[in-house]
Design a protein around this ligand. Structure first.
Ligand code: KG4
Ligand code: ZN
Length: 382
């Protein structure tokens, strides 16, 4: 089988990415232009600004990805682009550009589901390490700013199929990290900041009750009751509990002071954050993270046991979290279950994962029709 070079393009949220991956197993380049600085003053991603930033960045990012890989527009075999889920306007920038390029170069275009990309980030790096055999069934936890989803993944020949066995009923885990950081005056995005500060607090200082899911999923209404257990998540309650704690413990003034002080520092360091957080806040941060991590790990391992899986993948932006990784590794080892993560740069949004997920589709000649469009709420199925 000759080598295949796929140019991947990713623009679903606030990162413009382009990458060249060889035969689904070797990253030749992986360029990510982050828009964090643009969205930071607003405390979250502003969709309209994201589209504009993608438009500005996409040509230089693709050029750099080709140059870093020693490739040219002509030398790549195919293009791959994220179709969804994500912000519609942001997705349209990547798709329009990829379509135009594929048309001009007369090369095939492959449409990729962003969530499938996150799952293939794990496979890509395992193959890159020379580890080609993964034991099935695989259970993948995709945990990011927009998703907290559990999928059973299977491979039949070249094609992959996915069955969703759990998802968040309200906020995604990454969204909870971002909202809690915002309400504590820690800025955006919250995950990396909370991750770093949590080691300075006592994770058992504040008790959060386990998330309660009392109602049937609204997507299941009208459908016959499924006998199989579901492993759904809910993180809006814990966010509200943090807010209540801030109010009842009279932390509001210190939060406002911290927000103002951090806004005046261009690039706050860990020392800046620590100087602006008292021990009560650090304890709250550590306890919040511990509660989310315990819930993610507990439900994923319960689902793994209920479905008798052989391997667990943990991927998406929140998979970069240190405590999450350590807890999965420790508890997975206790249960004799291998748990794989992507490296940190491949946990968050990137285009190498899109090019890798496109490779099986290249092998089965599963190319996008030229009239395909962005699907903001795209689901992942078999
Ligand atoms: O996968 P991703 O880059 O974009 C989406 O598809 O959403 O994930 C971004 C999310 C953000 O919510 C961010 O706060 C979170 O991942 N995140 C983290 C960490 N690094 C990024 N959450 C916890 N700990 C981290 N170290
Ligand atoms: Zn993502």
């Amino acid at each position: 089988m000759p080598d295949t070079h796929i140019l991947g393009i990713e623009s679903s949220c606030d990162e413009t990415g382009a990458a060249v991956v060889r035969s689904g197993e070797k990253i030749l380049s992986n360029v990510v232009f982050s828009q964090i600085a643009t969205h930071q003053p607003y405390g979250g991603v502003v969709p309209e600004l994201a589209s504009r930033e993608h438009l500005r960045a996409i040509v230089p990012v693709v050029r750099k990805a080709l140059a870093d890989a020693g490739q040219t527009y002509e030398s790549v075999d195919a293009l791959a682009v994220t179709q969804g889920p994500g912000l519609a306007g942001a997705l349209l920038v990547g798709i329009s550009y990829a379509k135009a390029l594929a048309f001009a170069l007369e090369k095939p275009l492959i449409a990729v589901n962003h969530l499938e990309g996150h799952i293939h980030a794990v496979l890509l790096e395992e193959r890159q390490k020379g580890h080609h055999e993964v034991n099935f069934p695989v259970l993948a936890l995709v945990v990011s700013g927009g998703h907290t989803h559990l999928y059973l993944a299977e491979q039949k020949g070249q094609s992959w199929s996915y069955q969703n066995i759990g998802h968040t009923r309200d906020d995604a885990a990454g969204e909870a990290f971002d909202k809690v950081a915002k309400l504590l005056g820690l800025g955006y995005p919250g995950g990396p900041v909370i991750d770093r500060l949590s080691t300075h607090g006592d994770p058992s200082a504040v008790k959060f009750g386990p998330p309660q899911i009392k109602h049937r999923d609204r997507n299941d209404r009208g459908k016959p009751k499924d006998a199989r257990p579901r492993f759904d998540f809910s993180y809006s309650g814990i966010k509200t509990a943090v807010l209540r704690y801030v109010e009842t413990h009279h932390l509001k003034t210190s939060v406002d002071n911290r927000r103002q002080a951090l806004a005046a520092i261009a690039k706050p360091t860990q020392e800046d954050y620590l100087a602006l957080c008292d021990i009560e806040t650090l304890n709250l941060i550590a306890s919040f993270q511990r509660a989310v991590v315990d819930d993610l790990v507990g439900k994923t391992l319960a689902a793994a046991s209920a479905h008798d899986v052989a391997t667990v993948f943990v991927t998406g932006g929140v998979a970069a979290n240190n405590e999450l990784r350590q807890t999965f590794e420790r508890q997975g080892a206790q249960e004799g279950l291998p748990v794989y993560f992507p490296s940190r740069p491949l946990s968050t949004d990137n285009a190498a994962m899109i090019a890798a997920a496109a490779y099986p589709k290249w092998l089965s000649r599963d190319f996008a029709a030229m009239d395909f469009s962005a699907e903001a709420g795209m689901q992942l199925r078999g």
